[in-house]
Design a protein around this ligand. Structure first.
Ligand code: PLP
Length: 459
């Protein structure tokens, strides 16, 4: 589902012209459609209604406070992977009791604070983690709710950097060890409350088959755990893929079609998994991230130069891999279109590249795109997930602004960072200063090297 389309020759997000937003907020600029996010959540909820699901939005995909607030208002739970994410959910008005806490490296501090706040479950990734949680819960005189993250050893057939459910990956505990582990937890871990079981096989899965295969593998185990330990939920993780290609050509708002006509829709996904899951009689959790926000966001960038060489045309834009790292990290495809529709009349083959001093700072290579010139605006489509959350200050570049559109209204979700704030937590040790600068020392006294470093400043 998406709500970006050409109207009167210019790209719109819902009822607002992208060029108007850019005129006010500048570039690079993330723009999100509220309607798309709402409809994605609704459509998934409706398709899966027979399972009485709890949708735990995986906030690593996009953790903008405003988007979290929107999801919270719609009643979703959340999948978090750090205390930072958990506190952000709370800040946004989300219910921590509807949060699952995943991640392979939960620290003592993170576990302690999460237990004090109260969460739905820790998704356990290793036995040492379980032992640590058991001990901390005991000290706090609490019982920690947990689900073991099962590694089902099913290859979801996605890019190697987003596959998580095989024994080559660092995630979860091997399928074969799960039965014995639950029995050990029940007898030895006094401060653990077995609440459920969880799996997550990977991301950007575009067909039901890997879900079906892994659920089929899990069902006998889940039935056994339900009967022995009265578990309350089975989380099938996230990973529902989205179409990244043919965004506008489909002629409708149905991006599910993608390039292949049988691209997985929420209904098709639901149809495949409901018959396997419904008989379990358990609460079914899902942890979708990309599906909720991926096609709800775009990144708008301004062409700085068109550099023509005998070998190639380079369209140099003002967005870089520090703003959207997916193409550099995973070779991801983002459709690239102009804000002004008539620029599509003439095309040329070009690499679209950013300003960063890395060859990986390339959004596409030798792609037929609109024949743009300096000052034109280009749009990287489907940039709502794993875009802004991975943005960084590399090459001294401020984090971009984010805007959300609701029908004919638009507002900032995040202001553009100023250049000065990119070094706000940095200081210069006194001994490095020139004599006349010493009175302005930013860090104060030198630290005795035997002392632990102070905690990093909190916002
Ligand atoms: C445990 C877990 N759940 C959910 C997700 C969200 O995945 P997606 O955005 O593909 O739905 C991830 C992604 O890495 C994950 O690791």
């Amino acid at each position: 589902m998406h709500d970006f389309y050409y109207k009167n020759g210019t790209l719109h997000c819902e009822e607002v012209a992208v060029e108007d937003l850019v005129a006010q907020a500048g570039t690079p600029l993330y723009i999100y459609s509220q309607k798309t996010i709402v409809e994605n959540i609704r459509r998934l909820e409706i398709a899966l209604a027979p399972l009485d699901p709890l949708i735990c939005y995986a906030i690593k995909a996009n953790s903008s406070l405003g988007i979290l607030h929107l999801a919270a208002k719609m009643g979703t739970g959340f999948d978090v992977v750090s205390l930072g994410e958990l506190l952000k959910v709370r800040q946004a008005g989300g219910d921590t009791h509807k949060c699952v806490f995943a991640g392979v490296a939960k620290t003592i501090h993170e576990i302690t604070e999460s237990l004090k706040l109260g969460i739905y479950a820790f998704n356990i990734e290793s036995i040492p983690e379980l032992e640590r949680i058991n001990e901390i819960a005991g000290n706090l005189k609490l019982k920690a709710p947990i689900a073991i993250r099962v590694n089902p050893n099913v290859d979801a057939g996605t890019h190697s950097k987003i596959t998580t459910g095989t024994y080559k990956n660092k995630f979860g505990i091997a399928f074969e060890e799960i039965s014995d582990l639950y029995s050990r937890i029940a007898s030895e871990f006094q401060n653990i409350y077995i609440r459920g079981i969880q799996m997550h096989i990977g991301s950007q899965i575009t067909q039901p088959t890997p879900f079906v295969q892994s659920i089929q593998k899990m069902v006998p185990l889940v039935e056994k755990l339900r009967d022995l330990y009265n578990i309350e939920f089975f989380s099938i993780g996230g990973g529902i893929g989205i179409a990244y290609q043919d965004a506008l050509q489909s002629g409708s708002h149905e991006w599910w079609q993608g390039k292949g006509a049988d691209f997985m829709s929420p209904e098709k996904f639901a149809q495949a998994i409901i018959p396997l899951l419904q008989p379990l009689g358990l609460k079914i959790l899902l942890e979708p991230g990309r599906f909720i926000v991926g096609n709800a966001g775009i990144l708008v960038t301004e062409v700085q130069y068109v550099k023509q060489t005998p070998q190639k045309n380079f369209v140099v834009v003002d967005a870089g891999m520090n703003d959207l790292i997916r193409p550099a990290l995973y070779d991801s495809y983002h459709e690239i279109i102009p804000v002004e529709e008539d620029l599509l009349q003439e095309t040329f083959k070009a690499d679209v590249v950013g300003p960063i001093c890395e060859s990986a700072d390339t959004f596409c290579q030798d792609r037929e795109i609109a024949k743009v010139e300096q000052g034109d605006y280009l749009v990287l489509m489907s940039a709502g997930a794993y875009g802004m959350t991975m943005a960084c200050n590399y090459n001294g570049r401020p984090i971009p602004a984010e805007v959300i559109v609701n029908h004919d209204k638009a507002d900032y979700l995040r202001l553009r960072e100023s250049i000065q704030t990119t070094w706000r937590y940095e200081g210069i040790p006194e001994w490095l200063l020139f004599e006349d600068e010493k009175k302005q020392s930013q860090t104060g006294q030198p630290l005795p090297v035997t002392e632990p470093l102070p905690e990093s400043p909190q916002e």
